[in-house]
Ligand binder design. Structure first.
Ligand code: SIN
Length: 349
């Protein structure tokens, strides 16, 4: 009885972690949606700009949850670093372990949002932290725009973070909820800049209500031998190890690809170098095809101990019938996500 009564007084919280991006961007002119500086406005200011988030006492709240915020970084996401990932992971694990915390929202630049989302998802899932939502959100227009999209995206992200329906790392943009595994930025300008490809969005946010069409964990939607990633990333007991994520490069197949870029990478690789090349993800053409010259160079890399995974540079689809062929299979991950998966899977080496 006493504990039930006490429970009623534990205020739920949503933690909002700011990392920068266009959502925190400022432009000299309200009509300029392009020529702005990203990552200028602090997370508290972004929340304060949304009138509905203030309660009678002037405290920020959403749906009965108190809002706490922390500025984890202030970067244009093209400059995202392992150090910021490490700090984000540390703050996520800290807050997710607090019983009063209902969920986390992370504001992030759109350009590499899918990478941070996939990284957090891979590591947090390994450590069974995902009984609560971790929601990345963003904007395509700076905060100073005549009609900024950031405030609505933030409100939608808070709706997802306050809900019990999602227990995963997801991205919320333009009203759609995307899984961290499937989401990718597919447009450089439109407000609805993200897609989950053939898998489709998990659901949508409509006026603060979630419509969830599929649940991330009802079936195994991790489209690669991610068991190896999850097992390996369990090695991250000390998250400071993230500073030593193995070096993995992405190499593109294209008309006239000679493979020289791979041979140059191998030539730089000395046994002692700190960031010795450990892996290559080849962004192959079509259904995983690679020019003869690039293929030979990648075989040389493999023979030298570099792990090579094959992915496709096609925006959508997964490789068909390539699983048993030469080079590791990226399991349908895009090249940028396959790179993260390979880095995590190589931690032991
Ligand atoms: C960024 O990715 O930080 C800038 C671009 C954006 O957020 O749309």
């Amino acid at each position: 009885m006493t504990s039930d009564v006490n429970k009623q007084f534990i205020a739920k919280q949503i933690v909002v972690l700011g990392t920068g991006g266009t959502i925190a961007g400022k432009s000299a002119s309200a009509t300029d949606n392009v020529d702005y500086v990203a990552s200028e406005v602090g997370i508290e200011t972004l929340l304060a700009a949304i009138p509905s988030l203030g309660d009678a006492a002037g405290k920020a709240s959403y749906g009965g949850c108190e809002l706490l915020c922390e500025q984890v970084a202030q970067v244009d996401s093209k400059d995202m670093t392992f150090e910021v990932w490490q700090r984000l992971l540390e703050r996520c694990t800290h807050w997710l372990a607090q019983p009063q915390v209902q969920g986390i929202v992370i504001t992030h630049g759109t350009d590499t949002l899918e990478e941070t989302a996939f990284f957090l998802h891979s590591v947090l899932k390994t450590h069974n932290f995902l009984s609560k939502p971790v929601v990345l959100t963003c904007a395509m227009r700076p905060s100073t725009a005549v009609a900024p999209d950031g405030p609505q995206n933030l409100l939608d992200a808070l709706a997802v973070a306050s809900s019990d329906q999602i227990q995963a790392v997801v991205a919320v943009c333009a009203g759609a909820i995307h899984s961290a595994v499937d989401v990718q930025k597919v447009h450089n300008y439109r407000l609805d800049a993200f897609s989950s490809g053939d898998a489709g969005a998990l659901g949508y946010v409509k006026e603060g209500n979630l419509v969830v069409y599929r649940n991330l964990y009802q079936k195994n939607e991790l489209k690669m031998p991610l068991s190896s990633v999850f097992t390996a990333s369990a090695a991250i007991n000390n998250i400071a190890n993230l500073n030593f994520l193995p070096r993995v490069e992405i190499v593109l197949n294209h008309s006239g690809a000679t493979g020289e870029v791979v041979l140059d990478l191998l030539a730089q690789r000395t046994a002692t170098s700190f960031n010795k090349l450990a892996g290559i993800v080849v962004a192959a053409t079509g259904n995983g095809t690679i020019s003869q010259a690039l293929e030979r160079a990648l075989q040389t890399a493999e023979a030298a101990g570099v792990v090579v995974w094959r992915s496709s540079r096609c925006a959508f689809g997964t490789l068909v019938g390539r699983e048993a062929t030469q080079f590791g299979d990226s399991g349908g991950l895009t090249p940028v996500k396959a790179r993260i998966a390979l880095m995590l899977s190589l931690i032991h080496h």
